[in-house]
Design a protein. Structure first.
Length: 498
């Protein structure tokens, strides 16, 4: 690393990261950071599974409306947390936010379990704790996605990011197994409290694991911490070589010239996204909105469908949700590597369109009343095997197609946009379900969800970005990079910009 003319820094750090082989260091890092999605799946699934229990007089005696508001408040907290902590992550660093966001989460979720009644004061306390827990998880999405993409070598970035995002469903799986046991073995007044305490206990353990993770050297060099960046990349390389791998020297012509980044607020970010990257902004927003609408619509109302149309009581619903979670988890784990080999555009378009087409087919079977609870669940498992991989790729996309300086904030913005649209889903589908006497309204709702996913797939097919195997700096040139000097002397800067 050296200082170039005009105060710019000439650095090999991006190239040194991308040439690394997979190592135990990367496995430890992904395990420590990827827990964010497990916690979110755990949190949302527990809240959904115990929702009916919270209406009982021997628990909190909430109304159905008050229970439904719990999910809304949590999602609003995620939006606020993503925006607040996303901005802090770009300004203060990825590592600094790892501990903060996780601590905010386990404080909020832990306090939820201490709610003692349904008076006005306790309801305010309950909703405040759900909001705080959501803020922590929303912040995790922005900070952790940025760190993973910046530390993972380019040839592995797609599969790792998709698999990590897909572990949301491992959290959902744990939650449904846990709540099924708790609700059937313990008193309801105790079971729901233990359920909300599971996540914070896991979070405390992970905080200690994350203490040993390094800062993103890409972020460090971009913010003028050249010496720290050199120490960090040297530490990572030492960890890789300690695992028995010999690293080749990176040639000087792989260097990138950067000037330390200035802080970019959300107003400036909007200008960057919609002026310099308008097509990519539309692309990212479409992928995020369509998957969020579908998932929130189906997942938050699935227990209602089981109850109203298939007469499955809430105590048995976790068994069906376990199968649903397995299908969602299997998709990213088995299809993730194809996003690096077959390519982003083909796989994103394919998973979105296939899941939409299968949902449309299932809608007709649902209307014809030829499904039961088991076959309906099998249908969902197949649909969301593909949809889950597609949804995970949406988070990967908004993380990698925008410049380094605004990565976390870009994730936060598109996450917030998606959640705002996603909030419509549970309300709309709850309205379509009604009292369960008429299947036609929900049939049209399923067709709407299918159309939404197919639109997302078509957008990916036409304006998607082929980012597989490319350095982040080649996918989206940093704003601080000197024009015309991205590579060796006189080499043009590959922008791949829409």
């Amino acid at each position: 690393m050296s200082v170039a003319a005009g105060g710019a820094v000439r650095s090999l750090i991006p190239a040194r990261i991308d040439r690394l082989p997979w190592s135990p260091f990367h496995t430890r890092m992904v395990a420590a950071l990827g827990v964010a999605w497990i916690l979110d799946g755990l949190e949302i699934s527990i809240a959904s599974a115990v929702g009916d229990t919270l209406t009982h007089p021997d628990t909190l005696g909430l109304s159905s409306t008050q229970v439904g508001l719990l999910a809304t408040v949590y999602l609003v907290g995620e939006v606020v947390g993503a925006l607040v902590f996303g901005a802090l992550s770009d300004r203060l660093g990825r590592r600094n936010l790892f501990t903060i966001t996780l601590a905010v989460y386990f404080i909020g979720s832990g306090l939820t379990a201490l709610t003692l009644g349904n008076s006005v004061g306790w309801l305010v306390f309950l909703y405040a704790t759900r909001f705080i827990a959501g803020m922590g998880i929303g912040g995790e999405y922005a900070a952790v996605n940025s760190a993973i993409d910046e530390l993972i070598p380019a040839k592995f970035r797609g599969r790792v990011d998709i698999m990590v995002n897909g572990t949301y469903w491992f959290g959902a799986l744990l939650a449904n197994i846990g709540t099924f046991v708790l609700l059937n073995q313990l008193e309801p007044s105790i079971a729901w409290r233990i359920g909300f305490a599971i996540g914070p206990i896991l979070g405390i353990v992970i905080i200690f694991v994350r203490r040993h993770l390094p800062e993103s050297p890409r972020w460090q060099v971009m913010h003028g911490h050249e010496r720290d960046a050199e120490q960090t990349i040297a530490f990572i390389e030492h960890e890789v070589e300690h695992g028995g791998r010999q690293l080749e020297r990176v040639p000087d012509d792989k260097a990138i010239e950067l000037k330390p980044a200035e802080n970019i607020g959300y107003v400036a970010l909007a200008r960057v996204l919609f002026k310099e990257y308008p097509q990519r902004a539309i692309y990212g927003a479409t992928l995020m909105i369509t998957q969020s609408f579908l998932y929130n619509a189906i997942f938050f109302t699935y227990v209602l469908v089981l109850d109203h149309f298939y007469d499955i009581p809430s105590t048995k619903a976790p068994l069906f949700l376990i199968a649903f979670a397995v299908g969602n988890l299997a998709g990213p784990l088995t299809l993730g590597h194809l996003f690096d080999t077959i390519g982003r555009k083909k796989m994103i378009a394919g998973t979105y369109i296939i899941s939409g087409a299968l949902l449309a087919l299932t809608a007709f079977l649902f209307r014809a009343d030829v499904l039961n609870a088991t076959t309906q669940t099998i249908a969902w498992c197949v649909i969301f095997y593909f949809a889950s991989a597609g949804a995970s790729s949406a988070y990967l996309t908004v993380s990698e197609i925008f410049p380094q300086e605004v990565r976390a904030k870009a994730i936060a913005v598109f996450f917030a946009i998606a959640q705002c649209f996603g909030l419509i889903g549970p309300w709309l589908y709850g309205l379509l379900i009604g009292d369960g006497t008429n299947r036609v309204p929900l049939f049209y709702g399923y067709l709407l969800g299918a159309a939404v996913m197919i639109v997302g797939g078509l957008v990916a097919a036409f304006i998607g970005v082929a980012a597989e195997g490319k350095s982040l700096e080649d996918v989206a040139t940093p704003l601080a990079a000197r024009r015309g000097s991205m590579r060796a002397e006189g080499a043009a800067s590959p922008r791949y910009q829409s």
